[in-house]
Design a protein around this ligand. Structure first.
Ligand code: PLP
Length: 481
């Protein structure tokens, strides 16, 4: 694969971008008026700030299979798939049928259900682990996994990689896309709050490391010897486009975590049951101590899960026998009595955890839809989308490259390969914007941000891929005409 580094005609990019945004406004007047109404009741006019983009978001009414329809009746082939939630596609018939039965028979008991056991067993089989717990989102899954790691080790700091997104709790809402002037040196990046309202005391507990730089990580670990409870990593950085781990990087993380007595947590919210039947664990052959799941495991119903090694997850039952109670194993010299409040186990709670609706959704999605035989076709479709996008880029001279890992991919509009967040900063946002509106106006819906990627589902067809390629080819031809 080549990276061209060639320049496009900036005036042409601006002209197409402006024309396509005007056409978007013209086609989506109902969305514009709903947005004006929404702004009266909700900050930014949306329920989650991720849904807001300029000039206004599309408001949607219906979706099925690979298609989604907006409030003006425009139909799109959906390549966004709810930020990667829908590897099963929209409203899969098997899921729709099972959920109808569930909705008619109670959706929340706060008593356990057998489907929850079966879903935990399925996740254990896929990820080769001992114990699993359920939550309601990816945010909760990473928050809970971090607490388990802290309880288990008796340490308080965590390491997170620059450019990684792990949800919206305070510990991890830092250094997501920090401004260049605040980043600090690459070998010891600053911890930069990504939101107002995060206390300084929280920021002090999260140490930032550069992704794909194991030597620098080693230096950071040495500087914080005996302090780090967990290394939290998204195995492929999917929140700055698509940034895979360099060969051996995840293996190195595994070895460093073992050497320093640190809990290695894979955030598999986007990768789990999407890259492969057993997620990034299967795809890269590296096993973390804990992993976090959400998004695609529920087929479109809110759910989260985390799990891992029995001895680590057992901290939810008792801390007896964990490093937190053994100064030797921990090496930090903290005594048992310093655990705040003298707690003897890690709390994991939640009214909606394991509710029958999400348990049934997860079980049907994993046992009947995202089965082992689904993955070869997903990979083949995604590889073709990337190869044909790359051919268009090569021929047109547009700066950028196409990339996918399994069913998730994108065009990175950057002059060179991105291996971590600092390379990503050079991304050509204007070119990306022109392509987003051009494709949307022709029925190809991508995520509304250059930091996300397309996700293919079992309900996408070869004809859907053909149409994407056709429209992307037209965009390239107009751009370089
Ligand atoms: C890697 C990763 N982790 C965690 C989260 C948070 O998940 P949720 O939005 O369900 O809270 C996301 C959401 O995009 C994510 O991409």
């Amino acid at each position: 694969m080549t990276v061209t580094g060639r320049q496009v005609n900036r005036a042409r990019v601006a002209e197409i971008g402006a024309r396509e945004e005007a056409s978007y406004r013209d086609r989506t007047r109902k969305s514009a008026s709903l947005f004006a109404r929404a702004r009266e009741s909700m900050p930014l006019g949306v329920a989650s700030s991720f849904q807001a983009y300029d000039p206004y978001p599309l408001f949607m009414t219906d979706a099925r299979g690979s298609r989604i329809t907006d409030a003006d009746g425009n139909e799109y082939i959906d390549f966004d798939m709810a930020f990667g939630v829908l590897a099963a596609g929209h409203s899969h018939p098997l899921l729709a049928e099972a959920l109808q039965h569930r909705v008619a028979n109670g959706t929340c008991y706060t008593f356990p259900v057998e489907d929850g056991i079966a879903l935990a067993e399925e996740i254990r089989a896929r990820f080769g682990v001992g114990l699993v717990r359920f939550s309601n989102s990816g945010t909760e899954a990473t928050m809970d996994a971090i607490r388990v790691a802290r309880g288990y080790t008796g340490r308080e700091k965590i390491i997170k990689f620059e450019g990684g997104y792990h949800g919206h709790h305070d510990d991890v809402l830092v250094s997501i896309q920090p401004p260049r002037e605040a980043m600090g040196p690459v070998e010891s990046p600053a911890t930069v709050a990504a939101s107002a309202g995060i206390p300084r005391s929280r920021i002090a507990e999260t140490v930032i490391a550069p992704f794909n730089e194991p030597e620098m990580l080693e230096g950071i670990l040495q500087a914080h010897a005996g302090e780090i409870a967990a290394i939290l990593v998204e195995p492929v950085q999917f929140n700055i486009g698509v940034v895979p781990p360099k060969d051996g990087f995840l293996q190195r993380l595994r070895a460093l975590a073992d050497e320093h007595g640190i809990v290695l947590i894979f955030d598999e919210v986007k990768t789990g049951v999407v890259l492969a039947w057993g997620g990034a664990y299967e795809h890269y052959g590296v096993q973390p101590d804990l992993f976090c799941l959400a998004k695609s495991i529920g087929g479109g119903i809110p759910i989260g899960a985390f799990g891992g090694k029995r001895e680590v997850m057992a901290a939810i039952e008792t801390l007896e026998g964990t490093p937190a109670f053994s100064a030797d194993a921990r090496g930090s010299g903290i005594e048992r009595s310093t655990i705040p409040g003298g707690a003897t186990r890690v709390a994991h709670l939640g009214t909606f955890n394991g509710n029958p609706l999400s348990m049934t959704a997860g079980l049907v999605t994993l046992k009947q839809i995202l089965t082992k035989d689904a993955y070869p076709r997903l990979h083949a479709m995604a590889d073709r989308l990337t190869a044909e996008s790359q051919a268009i880029l090569d021929e047109s001279g547009m700066p950028g490259y196409a990339i996918n890992v399994g069913p998730k991919g994108c065009v990175m509009f950057t002059p060179g390969r991105v291996t971590n967040y600092r390379d990503f900063i050079g991304l050509d946002a204007e070119l990306w914007g022109a392509s987003f509106f051009y494709l949307a106006n022709r029925g190809i819906l991508l995520p509304p941000g250059p930091d996300d990627q397309w996700t293919l589902s079992v309900q996408h067809s070869d004809a859907d891929i053909d149409r994407y390629i056709e429209v992307f080819g037209e965009f390239a031809a107009e751009l370089t005409a």
